[in-house]
Every structure is written in C-alpha cells, then in structure tokens.
Design a protein around this ligand. Structure first.
Ligand code: NAP
Length: 328
C-alpha cells in the first residue's frame, strides 16, 4: 500500500459526493480518480474533491495507476458489472448496497474476489457506525437479556418521478433493495438466517415495490417485523426486544446518534453516541485497514454475510412476486 490510500469512484452521483467528502476525515485517504459516463461530470467531481485523474467512461479507470480501492456508487444494476471488472483487474472494491441484484450474482462476485485474491465488501455503512458497534456491545453484555424480536422501519414519501432510479425497474429500483435492505440487515445482524419469511408489498405503476411489509421467524423462536416504504413517512425507528428490556434506536435508526433502553422494571437509560462527519468514513476506514492487513474480506461485513443478506432479499422478492431482468 502507498503511504497515502488512493480511492477511486465509479458513478459520481449523490452518495459518491458524501463518501468523497468524508474521506477528508481519514488521515492518508484521498480521492485519486473518478469515472463518470460523461467526462464533464467526472471533471467537475475531480475538481470538487481535488482528484488528479478523471475518466469519461467506467473502463479507463481500471488502467489508472496507484489505485488502492474503488468505491462503486452507480444504480443497483451497475453494481455487478462494475465490481466484477474491478476485481478481474485486481482492484479492491467497496460496492454500494445491494452488492448485486440477486444471490447468483453475489456468489459470482465472491468467487471472483477469492480467485483474484482481491478485497470485496458491500458498503452497508450502518454496520460500521459507532452506534451499531455500541448496540452489539450492549446486547453482548446482556443489557436487555435474551433477545425476543426486532421491529424496524425505513420509509419516506418520495415525490421523485417514475424514471428516477428508485422507481425504475431497469435500474434495479424498488423500496426493498433501496431502503428495505437496512431493516433486513439489522434482523440478520441480530438473529442470523431466518427459518421462515412472509412478505406483502404494493407494486407500483413502474413494476417495483413501493411499500413492503416483512415478517421473519428465526430458529431460536425470535420474530422480526420490518417495513420499507416510498409512499409514507414512517418513524424510521427500530426497537430490539429482550426479555429484560427494550433498546430503542432513535430516528433515523440506520444513521442514529442516540439510543435508549427501557423496560417495565428498569429506568430509561439514554445514550447519545458520537458520529463524526456524515458517517461514510467508518466503512472506508474498515476497507483500508482490511487491505493493509492483506485481507480479502471484512470480518464485520463478510462475504458470507452479504450472501445471506441477498438470500433474504431474494426470498422476500419471491413472496412479493418481484422479478428483475437479471433473475431470468
Ligand atoms: N449508503 C447510503 O447511505 C446510500 C444512500 C443513497 C444511495 N445509496 C446507494 O448508492 C448507489 C447510488 O445511489 P445515488 O442515490 O447516489 O444514485 P444517483 O445519484 O441517482 O446515481 C449515481 C450515479 O450513477 C451513475 N449512473 C450509471 N448508470 C446510470 C443510469 N443508467 N442512470 C442514472 N445514473 C447512472 C451516474 O453517474 P455518471 O452518469 O456521472 O457516471 C449517477 O450520478 C445505489 O446503490 C444506492 O442504493 C446508498
């Protein structure tokens, strides 16, 4: 690794801008190169974040010298192709969620990372926030006893047009893959693989789910109740129930800076949690540390975890009858 860690970005859109801004919080990290489908957009992004190299397509960046990792932030359908090209070129990848469109694609990506001995991680930033680490520590210490279940939602009323990536089926749109993935991630983190999955959704005019309710049962008897919506502003809170208390992850729970514990017999305890910047530097730092240690996957967001997450999403999609062209 160079003394500085050189990041590349493919797909310089809204989230890439936030990610690039947060790199300033990591000593040694810098934006080295950016690739857009349009040269002028790459140039503007490179100027804003002082990157020395920019490219007007997604292929030429693969030949850029001294890249230590590429962050992929295109719409969902671009994740698989862009990630596999980087891995084949031996370039480590941090790819936005969901890692690909279905389990078959995720398996292929993991196989490629292993064959090329090249780092791969899904950019599920919530996993690396101080709040999530603190939450897991509270549970491990038995603060709420044995876990009983979880309830989590992520919903906002979207006025975006039907062609926007979140509604556009050809771009992998839909509430489940875009935001439902966060509650599904939380349930997987707490309970592992579900033994039973039920789901219902409202499929909108563009053919993707706009409002999705999910129930999961776990081998230990725990239950999860999850909700994702583009139709309504939900509370965006999560509750983790234990037999000795409940943890409340305050809104927005997936980027929270405040959690509390309450129970019939226990006082309410409140924990403000520090979060620096926008919160994307935590996942970037994880990538840098893993690569420095010669690893091809993160222990916290492992290949197996991403595969299990996608298996859950595939199962939920089967329940709601949502098929993408990539599934054919
Ligand atoms: N972690 C988080 O908090 C978070 C938040 C929001 C989104 N995300 C994820 O980040 C990814 C990108 O989301 P975003 O909201 O940043 O998306 P966006 O701004 O709509 O698009 C990102 C970029 O993708 C490129 N792109 C490639 N093919 C495209 C196509 N056919 N149509 C439109 N754009 C295309 C465009 O850049 P060029 O044309 O310049 O190449 C565009 O600027 C998604 O996977 C999403 O799930 C994560």
């Amino acid at each position: 690794m160079n003394s500085t860690f050189n990041w590349g970005v493919i797909g310089p859109g809204k989230i890439a801008r936030q990610f690039a801004a947060d790199l300033a919080l990591i000593p040694g990290a810098r934006l080295h190169a950016v690739a857009s489908r349009e040269s002028s957009r790459a140039q503007a992004f490179a100027k804003d974040f002082e990157a020395p190299f920019y490219y007007g397509n997604y292929l030429d960046i693969l030949d850029c010298k001294d890249l230590d990792a590429i962050y992929i932030a295109t719409p969902h359908v671009g994740h698989f192709d862009n990630t596999i090209r980087c891995l084949e070129a031996g370039i480590p990848v941090l790819c936005e969620k969901p890692l690909a469109m279905n389990f078959r694609q995720v398996e292929l990506l993991i196989d490629t990372a292993r064959r090329r001995n090249t780092f791969l991680m899904e950019a599920l930033w919530t996993r690396f926030l101080p709040s999530t680490r603190f939450l897991l520590e509270l549970i491990r210490k038995g603060e709420i006893g044995e876990l009983v279940g979880v309830k989590a939602d992520f919903g906002f009323r979207s006025e975006l047009p039907p062609e926007d990536r979140i509604f556009n089926k050809a771009l992998g749109g839909g509430a489940l893959l875009d935001i439902g993935i966060y509650p599904v991630f939380l349930a997987l983190l707490l309970f592992g693989k579900a033994s039973e999955i039920k789901a219902m959704a409202k499929i909108g005019s563009t053919g993707v789910d706009e409002d999705t309710h999910i129930l999961l049962r776990y081998p230990g008897g725990q239950l999860a109740q999850l909700h994702a919506s583009f139709l309504a502003d939900t509370k965006r809170e999560a509750y983790i129930y234990g037999d000795a208390g409940t943890i409340h992850l305050h809104a927005d729970w997936y980027q929270q800076t405040h959690l509390s514990i309450f129970g019939a017999k226990s006082e309410l305890r409140s924990y403000p949690i520090e979060k620096k910047g926008l919160g994307y530097h935590y996942e970037a730092k994880e990538v840098m540390e893993c690569i420095a240690a010669g690893k091809i996957e993160s222990d916290s967001m492992s290949h197996a975890f991403s595969a299990a997450l996608m298996l859950s999403l595939d199962s939920i999609r089967r329940e709601i009858g949502l098929i993408y062209p990539e599934d054919e």
